[in-house]
Design a protein around this ligand. Structure first.
Ligand code: NAP
Ligand code: GFB
Length: 320
């Protein structure tokens, strides 16, 4: 990473992925000698505002940026607010990428998502398919905003030679997630609902049919991979960061894992009046595994258990 003192700015540093990277940097050997890491949230700068973005960069003077900040949500939040997801994220991304260019940041790693791929596609999906057709209608606003990061990265590279790249995580879960039932993703939603069902002796309600398929990556595993991308991955082309296709599970299987981890003994019901969203978005992690053949993902059952334990221990202060 060059020989200037490394100052790494992590936008979205207070979120699920940001806190995982902070844990790995501060507690699990992710920091290298002499590096300065800054994990920022909207309290440090509202990145939808160009001036506050520029002030943040002037203050921190980053040499590297991990760009996570975004309006983020699960299926049901996306279904309701496609315009907000498009506008807020395109504004944040333009501010962060342009300000990184203005401040001669050596490398920026931004974040896409496997839900942005074409809905009608062949499987497994790989990095070459991002723009091959419209995304699933449930989150088209978010998906197009994210796809534009890839377009901007290529444009900054071709016009100014900037080393701007991106990663494409699959569904992420772990400590510090957003456990809010309306806004959050499926695993935090299931954990929150089982906790309440257990406490109130009521049925645990899973939304949808339980048949959709997902690949889930533990936030702490993603954090290790993000740090590897920052240090070692030198292409502008995006790279999928996901567990293997074979590790894909149904929502029903995920719900059963949460029931087991939370030791819930009550009734489980499926509310099929709620949307299933995208049936599947099976992604290939072949490119990652070719570059990191020895990387080991945390077993799903262990990751779910650690997340449930974190949820129970932090119930009073977490986002719900
Ligand atoms: P999160 O927990 O909701 O955190 C979002 C972060 O962005 C927070 O730190 C938030 O700061 C910050 N932020 C939002 N609006 C901002 C603004 N206007 N100015 C400054 N900061 C702002 O999200 P996450 O799950 O960690 O997601 C991180 C990245 O991973 C995102 O780019 C997301 O698209 C991507 N991703 C997530 C998943 C997933 O399943 N979670 C899957 C694939 C990709 P505050 O705390 O101050 O609001
Ligand atoms: O994580 P999730 O909300 O989003 O998962 P997506 C939705 C799936 O889980 C649907 C089922 O099949 C839901 O019916 N589900 C069951 C639940 N119970 C629940 C629950 O309590 N909460 C939630 N949220 N779902 C998102 C994209 O798609 O993927 C985002 O919309 C983002 O943009 C994210 O990229 C990674 O996986 O369907």
């Amino acid at each position: 990473m060059g020989d200037r003192k490394k100052v790494i700015l992590v936008t979205g540093g207070s979120g699920l992925v940001g806190k995982a990277i902070e844990t790995v940097v501060n507690e699990r050997g992710g920091r290298q000698e002499g590096e300065e890491w800054h994990f920022v949230s909207s309290k440090d700068a509202d990145l939808t505002n160009r001036e506050s973005t520029q002030e943040l960069f002037k203050r921190i003077k980053p040499t590297h940026v991990i760009h996570l900040a975004a309006l983020v949500g699960g299926l049901f939040r996306n279904l309701k607010y496609n315009l907000d997801f498009y506008r807020q994220n395109t504004i944040i991304n333009d501010n962060v990428l342009y300000t990184s260019y203005e401040n001669k940041v050596e490398k920026v790693v931004s974040c896409l998502s496997t839900c942005i791929f074409p809905d009608k596609t062949i499987y497994p999906i790989d990095e070459t398919m991002i723009h091959n057709g419209p995304p699933h209608n449930s989150n088209f606003g978010y998906a197009y905003a994210k796809r534009m990061i890839d377009v901007q990265n290529r444009a900054y590279h071709s016009q100014y030679g900037c080393k701007f790249t991106s990663v494409i995580p699959t569904n992420v879960f772990g400590p510090h997630d957003n456990f809010n039932l309306e806004d959050g993703h499926v695993l935090p939603g299931l954990i929150n609902k089982v906790y309440t069902a257990k406490k109130t002796n009521t049925p645990f309600v899973v939304w949808g049919t339980g048949s959709p398929l997902r690949q889930f990556i533990y936030s702490l595993d993603l954090a290790h991979l993000f740090i590897w991308v920052l240090r070692e991955y030198d292409s502008c082309d995006p790279i999928i960061l996901s567990v293997a296709e074979k590790d894909e599970v149904t929502i029903k299987q995920a719900a059963e894992m949460v029931v087991e981890a939370m030791e819930f003994k009550g009734e489980v019901v499926y509310d099929t009046t709620k949307s299933d969203g995208q049936h599947k978005k099976t992604a290939s992690n072949a490119k990652l595994m070719k570059l990191c053949p020895d990387f080991k993902f945390t077993p799903f059952k262990q990751a779910i258990k650690e997340t449930c334990d974190w949820f129970v221990a932090n119930y009073d202060t977490l986002r719900k």
